[in-house]
Design a protein around this ligand. Sequence first.
Ligand code: ASP
Length: 308
Amino acid sequence: MIRHLLSGGDVDADTATLILDTATEMATVAGREVKKLPALRGRTVVNLFYEDSTRTRISFEAAAKRLSADVINFSAKGSSVAKGESLKDTALTLQAMGADAVVVRHPASGAPHRLANWVDGSVVNAGDGTHEHPTQALLDAYTMRSRLGRLAGLHVAVVGDVLHSRVARSNVLLLSTLGAKVTLVGPPTLIPVDIAQALAPGIGVSYDLDAVLPNVDVVMMLRVQRERMNDSYFPSAREYARRYGLDVPRMRRLPEHAIVMHPGPMNRGMEIAPEVADSPRSTIVEQVANGVSVRMAVLYLLLGGNNL
Ligand code: ASP
């Protein structure tokens, strides 16, 4: 097993399958009256969040607690980080406290990689800038596998603000490893030139959502990340929704079995219409539930837990 999980490209097909299979076992714990396993008793997991998060932070906390680990939640606001303490000094503090795993979210791409050089424990990237978010890709793969029964050969359209999306990058890497076909769809301003080839061979690019929809098994809508935009990438929110928003008429173009995904948080009415987000094809709530099982599997396997 790998020591850190920093990128969707860190796991080969066997490791990814082991994580997904372990997550399937972990999911049975959620159905029990006592939702707890002793596997990581006595181990310490630190959640180090320098950027806002709802789902991911709660999900990692729930995952570590269900495995009986001691959990320390550290958020940059209200800590010495606000006084200018560097990431390295924070890392040394965590090291001194004996953290077995550090789950880190940071606005700077590459921060988790730096951290991995400074601590003895395992580092899990919970989102670094516009770069990667590997556990999101794993929970997305888990959701696709449980809804559609397989990953190899699936055609997945990843739609929208690819430029700013760490979810897109990690998904492209992992899905390619697992044998799915990926097409990136969005306005040319939000699909970086050469990104497809740079990430993995065989990735498709299209600027025409209507043309792609009838041919996919999965459509993954990305949030338009206005907080990371310091330029105007499209004329208006209305125009964006008209060309690239998934509304009900567009959803009808999908094959009957196809599913609709979104990592959250959603801009309802922009990249996704509320009726689509709440439709039976949507896996958005399932993705959140699956996130806990997948993060349990990741922590368990990285920390070499026992007593499963
Ligand atoms: N929650 C995801 C992330 O942190 C997606 C998003 O923010 O749009 O990357």
